[in-house]
Structures are given as C-alpha cells and as structure tokens.
Design a protein around this ligand. Structure first.
Ligand code: MIG
Length: 674
C-alpha cells in the first residue's frame, strides 16, 4: 500500500510517472515540524534502516548522518555524508515496517540515530515536498511496490555486460589500440574501451581532438571489427568560447543556467570558464540530447556522463575572494592560525554552497534557484541524452550511465559509483552500495574496479575484479597519475584471464537475472536480511549478498587473506573455480564456514534446488552462446526450476523469451515445452 502526503507545493521532479492521490490524514508514526522542516520518528531498539542508494557506511544505515546533496568527493572517507548521487528512499524494518520516499530536489539530511540513538530525523531545506509511505509485509514487497511506482529501470545493450577497460590517460588512438591488442593477444576478454576527457578538443563536449583522434569513426569501426565498443565521456559543463557552436547556440537561445540577473552563469570546470546547460528545461533537454548525434553518427554506441552534480571548481567571484584574502597577508607576518586558514581557503571554494545559491534555472517561464533542485541536475542531463536516443537510435539500446543521479534517472541510464580509491575499504563500501542502489531502481551499476584514485596493488585489483564479475557494469578505471592498472600490467596473467573469463561463463545467468529484475521491478542484489528476514545473523551480514534467484556471493575483501568466513542461512553448494581449471563443488550446511579462496579463485554459493545457466565463455559478449546454456545445479530433494530470460541483446523493446528449465530425477536439465 502506498500513501502520498503533500507538504507545501513541490517543484516537479518527474520521478513518479503516475502519482497516487494524496491523503488528508497525517503521516503515521512521524512528528512533523513545519517550522523546523523536519520529520521525526522514534526508532525501536532493533530497527534497521535500509536504502539511501549511493551513500557511505553500511547496508544498515543506522548510526550516522547522511545528506542528499550530490557532491564531487573523490577522497571520501567514513565521515562523508553524501556522495555523487542523492537517493531519497529508505525502509525502516523492525517494530514497524515501511518505506519512505521524499520527492524533492533540494538538500535533505537524514539523522539516523546520530544525535540520539533512537531517533530518526529527516530535515529538508524548504518545506515543499511530497512524501510517500509504503507499507508491506516484507522489505522486498515494499521495495517492489516502490519500484513499480517509479517505473522500469534502464536496460543497456547486452554487450555492456562485457568487461570494459578505462583510464583517465588514454590520450590517443595508439593508446586505445594498445589496450585492445594486449587483451586480444593475451586472451583477456574485452568488450569496451572508455574514452576519457582527452579525446575531446580542449575538453569541449561533442568535439574530437583531430591530432590525437584524426578518425574516430574509423577507429570505432576498426574496434567493432574486434568486438570492442568505444565509450566516450560527456561532461556537464560547456566551454565558453566564441566560435564553438554549442557555446554560441546555447547563449543565443538562452539555454544555459543564469545568475540572478539573467546572464549566463559562468563556472570553471575542466574546459576553464564554462556554461551549464539548463537541462531542467524540456526545450534545453531536447537540444542537449540532440548534440550526442555527432558521436552516434561516428558509430559510437555508449556514453558516460560525468561532472553532473554539477561539479564546479570555482567562479570568478570565488577566486576574487581568495585573491583579496591572500593580498591581506602580503607584508604581514601570518601566525599559525592564519597559515592553516590559508591552506584551507582555496580548497573550500570547490563546490561551495554559495556558488549553487547563485545559479538559476528557467522552467516554464519560472526562475528556480539551483539550490532547490540541485540533485536533479545529473538526472536531467542523462535524461536529455536518453530521450534523444529514443529517436536517434529508435530500435537499439544505447549504453548510458551517469555519475550523478536522483531517483527517476534510473529509467534513463545507469550509474557508476563515482571516484573511489584503490583502498580495501572502498572495495567493501562499493559492495555494500549494490543493494541500496537496487532499492532505488539503479540496476546497471558498478564501481571503478581496482579503484580510481591512489595506487592499486595486484591483489587488490584481482579481488576487486572477483567482485566485478558479478556487477552489471564491470569496468576497470583509474585516474591520471596513478599506477597503471590494466590487468596485463601485472604478473599473474593466468589469474586475471581466469577471473575475466568467469564473467563470460556466468553471463547467461547474470543477463537473465538483470533483465528479469528490470522487467519485473525486482532487486538483483539483496542483503541476506531481505531473503531470510527471521534470521538474526542474516540481519547483521554486510559482506555477503544474494544475487538473483539462485546465488549468494561472498567475495574476499581483505588483503593477504586466502579465504574468509561465510555465514550460510541455509545449506548451500559452494563452487570454487581455480585458474588451473579445477572446480570444487561442496555442499555446506547452514552456519559458519571458513572458505578458502586463493588470490585468483572465484567462489560463489548456490541455493538448494536452484540452477544457474552458464556458457563456455568467449573473448567478448558476441562470442557467448546464450542459446545453448548448460547448468550448475544443487539438487536437494525438491523440484529445481530456472526461468531463463534471453533476447537479442540490442532491441529496445526487450521482448525476449522466458524459457522454463527443469531438472529431472536423473539430474538432467531440460527446457519445458512452451
Ligand atoms: O575531475 O574525466 O569521476 O571517472 O576519469 C575529474 C576525468 C573528472 C571524474 C570522473 C572520472 C574521470 C575524471 N573525472
């Protein structure tokens, strides 16, 4: 059951395609303080809080303050309160059980047992929002109802489930060719190479640097011949430059966000002083989306949208304030306090709230302060592209994912988890975000495998890939200046080859489960607590996840570990695939087990009377045989069935087949007649 509550009058977000009627009675269980702009709920001692999509900390969110405020925070530690996206959906599970969604584009603070351990206080910036309360008899039913309401999740082309190699630092054709050649020569599977900002001319969107990429269309088709897709980045900010058509036309037509006087707002990002397309305005969205055509026409079939929080390094005004402050120190003898103040002053300019306060959108003739809709920016940039693709690429799916997002964007594209670090703690953090993102409709997601910032180690990359083989987006990405982290840079080539190949072996299952999750509004990754709600140990397990109908995953996320403890809520069959071809299958009873997992081993667990369709792999998705699958099985006395979804992997309609496979008494798995 979903109930809608209206407070003031919200700025439309287009998150919910068909809104239920609003009720008149007050929001049950909450104290609503209109002056404080807050909603307060008393938490039971054992209540668990799930959700908030992309954010820091645990699967159970209790015990911290979180903020919905899309932020560019490449150095996030445990004390961050928000990351790149803003996802306003949570579920309280305990004495009562309900979901809560805030339809709102501004800043929201969730004090979940931080100020007081038994108090949940949600505070919004201004009191104009819709709140939805969803009740149900399980967390999964609540999430399902929510997902039905917000609409179907984005479906990428099937090749986007292949392995992608990326680095901020591939600056020319030769760099791209080298990556592909290395992968093909060494038998490392590969489906895509990502182009970061250096493919552009002076960081200008929709341009190509003619010296470094003299023939991008030619390169794209050469790569297609090798089963590889090029995926260029598009940044939110448009370089302000006379003679650059995007800048000129946008200025002429009034398509950029403005300052309070109605002049185009200028902020500095990679291209230098830049303008920000007013993508909240439908006409601008149409225009901005149409610009992608230039790259589609070159044979490009996928994009990643970056910097769309939007990230703004500084403005002229904020620089001037720094200059003035620094000038004050000339000739003076600064004391220690001044010294520390000065070290912070430049850094603090970055993404300052005051900058956002000075930006305006213009929608339907009305000016809207950016601060009130900040979290909707990345969503609408990505929506602009997706809506354009509906006509520019009528019949086929285009890969599209975004750094910033808000619920609603899940219909238009996927998301990656933004800049992380080559840290074991970020591997674990990225793992824990998978189910919370799924709750919010984001199914096509994954992290920068190996970590974006800082220097990776061989074992961290291997372990991260061992998680990555299960995430829909499987991309190794790293930052300029960090240690090179392509798999072929390291010594255990057999290990990396084995791990990457396992992705392709598992693809029939992974794709089938992804598609069913998208089409049926289900979660792909679930905390154990959602599947085994009565099991106290399951409720506390945050380093294992259910994946689709049949699997549980428990990756090794600790350095120098050669295995790990795994908790089984029921009996399961452990599979361990080693690089020398050995496959171990052992049934383990419920309870705790130490499971060995050498550095390049791939382990997972199969539920009783469940099946997993697998293939013999391939060096790219096109080589995987989805029509003739075979099965990993764990017969445990009952009928074991699997509903296998398959389609052509590219049509927009995604009108595939669902084939029911059943395992007979003899252990043979056969398709049931349709
Ligand atoms: O300020 O384009 O998250 O993936 O490599 C950094 C360069 C800008 C941030 C993205 C990252 C990308 C990088 N970008």
């Amino acid at each position: 059951m979903i109930q809608r509550y209206v407070y003031g009058s919200m700025i439309e977000t287009d998150t919910i395609p068909v809104k239920p009627e609003a009720g008149k009675e007050p929001l049950p269980g909450f104290t609503v303080d209109e002056k404080e702009h807050s909603f307060t709920y008393l938490l039971g001692k054992e209540d668990r809080i799930y959700g908030l999509g992309e954010n820091v900390r645990g699967i159970n969110k209790r015990g911290w303050i979180y903020q919905s405020w899309a932020s560019d925070n490449p150095d996030h530690l445990e004390d961050a309160v928000s990351l790149y996206a803003a996802h306003n959906f949570l579920v309280v599970d305990g004495e009562e059980r309900f979901g809560l969604f805030l339809d709102y584009g501004g800043k929201v603070t969730y004090d979940i047992g931080y100020t007081e351990m038994n108090r949940l206080t949600i505070r919004v910036n201004d009191f104009n929002l819709d709140v939805y309360r969803i009740s149900g008899d399980s967390v999964l039913s609540i999430v399902h109802q929510f997902r039905e309401m917000i609409g179907r999740s984005y479906i990428p082309p099937r090749w986007a489930f292949g392995f992608g190699q990326s680095r901020w630092g591939y600056v020319c054709e030769a760099d791209v060719r080298q990556v592909v050649r290395k992968h093909r020569e060494l038998g490392l599977p590969l489906d895509s190479v990502y182009l970061d900002i250096d493919y552009m001319d002076s960081y200008k969107d929709f341009t190509v640097n003619q010296e470094r990429f003299p023939d991008l269309a030619g390169l794209a088709s050469e790569m297609a011949g090798q089963g590889v897709h090029l995926v260029p980045i598009i940044d939110a900010a448009i370089k302000k430059e006379e003679g650059y058509p995007v800048s000129d036309e946008g200025i002429r037509k009034g398509y950029f966000c403005t300052d309070k006087d109605g002049k185009p707002f200028e902020g500095a990002v990679w291209p230098g002083i830049s303008l920000f397309p007013d993508v909240l305005n439908p006409e601008v969205r149409k225009w901005f989306g149409s610009l992608y055509k230039v790259l589609l026409d070159m044979g490009i079939e996928g994009f990643w949208n970056d910097m769309n929080e939007p990230s703004i390094f500084y403005t002229e005004a904020s620089l001037e304030a720094i200059r003035t402050r620094l000038m004050d120190t000339v000739g003076a003898t600064p004391d220690v306090n001044t010294f520390f103040e000065l070290t912070g002053i430049i850094r603090e300019v970055f993404q300052k709230d005051e900058i956002y306060d000075s930006i305006y959108h213009h929608v339907n003739g009305k000016a809207i302060r950016h601060t009130d809709v900040h979290n909707l920016y990345g969503y609408n940039m990505t929506r602009a592209a997706a809506e354009a693709f509906e006509t520019l690429a009528k019949d086929r799916r285009i890969l599209l994912f975004s750094r910033s997002s808000c619920i609603g964007m899940h219909r238009f594209g996927g998301t990656w988890m933004g800049d992380n670090k080559s840290w074991w703690s970020h591997l674990a953090l990225n793992f824990r975000m998978l189910p919370s993102l799924n709750m919010c409709g984001f199914l096509y997601t994954g992290a920068d495998l190996g970590g974006f910032g800082s220097d990776v180690t061989e074992d961290l990359l291997m372990r991260w890939l061992e998680l990555g083989i299960f995430t829909p987006l499987m991309r190794n990405h790293s930052a300029l200046g960090t240690r090179e982290q392509e798999a072929y840079r390291f010594s255990d080539l057999d290990g990396f080859r084995h791990v990457l190949r396992m992705r392709y072996v598992l693809l029939p299952y992974l794709y089938s489960e992804y598609m069913k999750a998208a089409l049926d509004n289900k979660m792909l990754f679930r905390p154990l607590a959602f599947d085994y709600p009565e099991d106290h140990r399951a409720q506390e397990t945050e380093d294992q996840l259910m994946l689709g109908d049949s699997l549980m995953i428990a990756p090794v996320m600790q350095q120098n570990a050669r295995g790990r403890m795994v908790y089984l809520p029921e009996s399961m069959k452990l599979f361990r695939f080693s690089k020398d071809g050995r496959v171990l299958e052992t049934v383990l009873g419920p309870g705790d087990h130490y499971v060995e997992c050498e550095l390049s081993d791939v382990i997972f667990f199969l539920r009783p009377d469940h099946l997993i369709p697998v293939s013999f792999g391939g060096s790219c998705v096109a080589e995987v045989d989805f029509d003739h699958v075979h099965f990993l099985t764990y017969p445990a006395g009952n009928e074991a069935c699997y509903e296998y979804y398959t389609d052509d992997g590219i049509s927009r309609q995604a009108a595939g087949m669902r084939i029911l496979y059943r395992m007979g008494e003899d252990g043979e798995v056969k398709a049931l007649p349709q």
